[in-house]
Design a protein around this ligand. Structure first.
Ligand SMILES: N[C@H](CCC[C@H](N)C(=O)O)C(=O)O
Length: 276
């Protein structure tokens, strides 16, 4: 079948976006791998499927697929989703309520072209992250291949393990990232964040994403890093997050409060591809 898609990016975290409102589309593991493949397919970090909502008062449902399966949340993807449904004429709203596996979130399109998303409150209960631990302490020890590191475990719907490093440019992202991603104390695997604290309102961040490897930016990773940094007494809201692909602004007023993420969303090109 011929599949129309839109290639988008949020700070270089890139997506294949599919309108499943106006064209029938069923995701399969083979299709996810093919569409995400940078050599044999289109190429992206995640695939976003836009569907009609099943819930009253909610405008859309949006599903997120890593190349190896569906995940709960995607921050950069949520901004691209909002840009997409407006640009495609699927809505004329500035604030859109959208159902995800992690719950309903509310992206808002700003006049400046940036998109602000209420990402909901972070989840800190280890059992719901999930993280095998008997405490929700802000800083916990994790043995990684014989080295003991200190991480903060946070879920934004998807799991994150955030550590503080002196310099993100020299952090062991490529070597330690996969070890943390597959750590047995994270039964659903985990996104591994490496955060350098510049000052109380500024961090630099690299994220080795679950299934995708290091991406140029990770929206939920930025949210999780700021939550972890505030909980550890290292940061004050709002925080500028410098990722390799650009800058996000993250605000969090404390436990039980939503995390607000603001950043860009860009359409790169439209395409069509033959899929089985
Ligand atoms: N790899 C992530 C999903 C995408 C998150 C990232 N692209 C973002 O912007 O939040 C995971 O498996 O939880």
């Amino acid at each position: 079948m011929k599949l129309r898609f839109t290639k988008m990016q949020g700070l270089g975290n890139d997506f294949v976006v599919i309108d499943a409102v106006r064209q029938p589309f069923e995701m399969t593991p083979e299709r996810a791998r093919f569409l995400a493949d940078r050599r044999f397919g289109v190429g992206c970090d995640q695939i976003l499927i836009v569907e009609p909502s099943r819930l009253p008062g909610v405008d859309f449902r949006y599903r997120i697929f890593n190349l190896d399966g569906e995940v709960e949340q995607c921050g950069n993807g949520s901004r691209c989703f909002a840009r997409y449904v407006r640009d495609k004429g699927l809505t004329d709203k500035d604030e859109i309520r959208v159902e995800t596996l992690a719950g309903v979130i509310s992206p808002r399109l700003g006049a400046d072209g940036l998109v602000t998303v209420d990402m909901g409150a972070p989840v800190l209960d280890p059992a719901r992250i999930p993280f095998i631990s008997d405490t929700d302490a802000p800083a916990q020890l994790l043995d990684v291949a014989g080295e003991t590191i200190t991480i903060g475990a946070v879920s934004m719907g998807n799991p994150h393990a955030v550590q503080v490093v002196a310099d993100v440019d020299t952090a062991p992202v490529a070597t330690q990232g996969p070890l943390i991603e597959h750590h047995p104390r994270f039964p659903a695997r985990v996104n591994a964040g490496f955060m350098q604290v510049v000052d109380r309102h500024t961090i630099r961040l690299r994220v080795f994403e679950r299934a995708a490897g290091e991406t140029l930016a990770c929206g939920t990773g930025a949210c999780a890093a700021v939550v972890s940094g505030i909980r550890r007494g290292l940061l004050d809201s709002p925080v500028r997050v410098h990722a390799r692909g650009g800058e996000l602004s993250i605000a969090w007023a404390g436990p039980g409060q939503p995390v607000l993420m603001t950043g860009p969303a860009v359409t790169v090109f439209e395409g069509e591809i033959e899929i089985d």
